[in-house]
Design a protein around this ligand. Structure first.
Ligand SMILES: NC(=O)c1ccc[n+]([C@@H]2O[C@H](COP(=O)([O-])OP(=O)(O)OC[C@H]3O[C@@H](n4cnc5c(N)ncnc54)[C@H](OP(=O)(O)O)[C@@H]3O)[C@@H](O)[C@H]2O)c1
Length: 259
């Protein structure tokens, strides 16, 4: 991506202290954007990581705002947008990356887990879209949602997949309903990405060991796709969740990884 493609533009990435979100934040900054980094809870390692990432981005000459907000809480999302705009002045890109869910079969979800699943991964994303709407209308901005193959295929102990499917429908819906405002909405549907979440996934999905190393996705590869969808080069793409899985979903038959 060109170094100054997003100069004087602002990107807000939810859940960007670590994992894929931090890679997206770095890539936007490398492409010239100022970045709002969001983390969920004060006082933990995520806050420290968010501050360190902001320092790194500022060192490279871009502005960074660090904002604590749990996206499942509408009041906190309002604060997230307010602080982003106060600190960085505008909003061009809303990247819906944050996600949080238990790994267990749907039939075993406790009521509070089910509520948290929906409140974070469905309602939280919609709160972000609603609160960002005035600023994105002004900038004719873009929204990119990070989905997963769980939106289309069965994954063991992965109730998040059903929320990803719902959000892919939201992407299509908003792509059309927000089109008159000049807001472009798309998503990236990622395969298996090398992040902290993968370590947890391994405990619930033995078959992961069968998947050859070259099928795994780097967080930077997801970030590149997000930047592409945020760029003028993707102006003809609307309401799509582009699959980025190195072919994982192409074949039912795959040679097991060599030990
Ligand atoms: N890893 C994969 O294989 C994979 C594959 C496909 C798609 N994805 C998707 O890519 C996105 C990022 O995944 P990842 O693997 O980087 O996840 P991760 O390492 O678990 O990080 C999740 C991020 O979301 C934040 N978050 C969680 N709940 C939040 C809330 N209520 N409010 C604000 N932030 C919140 C977390 O912040 P805290 O640390 O503060 O809790 C963290 O920064 C997710 O949407 C995930 O579903 C991942």
């Amino acid at each position: 991506m060109e170094a100054f493609l997003f100069k004087d533009r602002v990107a807000l990435i939810t859940g960007s202290s670590r994992g894929i979100g931090s890679s997206i934040a770095r890539k936007f900054a490398q492409a010239g954007a100022d970045v709002a980094i969001n983390y969920r809870k004060s006082g933990g390692s995520s806050e420290k990581k968010a501050m360190a990432l902001a320092g790194e981005i500022e060192q490279a000459g871009r502005r960074a705002a660090v904002v604590q907000a749990d996206i499942s809480n509408k009041a906190e999302v309002r604060t997230l947008l307010k602080e982003t705009l106060e600190k960085l002045g505008r909003l061009d890109f809303l990247i819906l990356n944050a996600a949080r869910a238990p790994f267990k079969p749907i039939e075993k979800l406790l009521e509070r887990e089910l509520k948290q699943l929906v409140e974070t991964n469905y309602m939280g994303n919609i709160f972000c879209i609603q609160e960002a709407l005035p600023a994105l209308t002004e900038s004719k901005g873009k929204i990119v949602f990070i989905s997963s193959l769980g939106s289309k295929f069965y994954n063991p102990s992965y109730p998040l997949g059903s929320m990803k499917a719902a959000m892919e429908a939201v992407v299509r819906d908003c792509a059309e309903s927000l089109r008159p405002r000049g807001i472009q909405v798309n998503g990236v549907c990622a395969g298996i990405v090398k992040t902290d979440a993968l370590k947890t996934l391994r405990q619930f999905w033995e078959e992961l060991e069968q998947i050859p190393e070259e099928i795994f996705i780097e967080p930077d590869e997801v970030a590149d796709a997000v930047l592409f969808l945020s760029s003028p080069a993707a102006r003809g793409i609307l309401g799509q969740c582009i699959v980025l899985d190195k072919g994982l979903s192409l074949s039912l038959f795959r040679q097991p990884a060599k030990k």
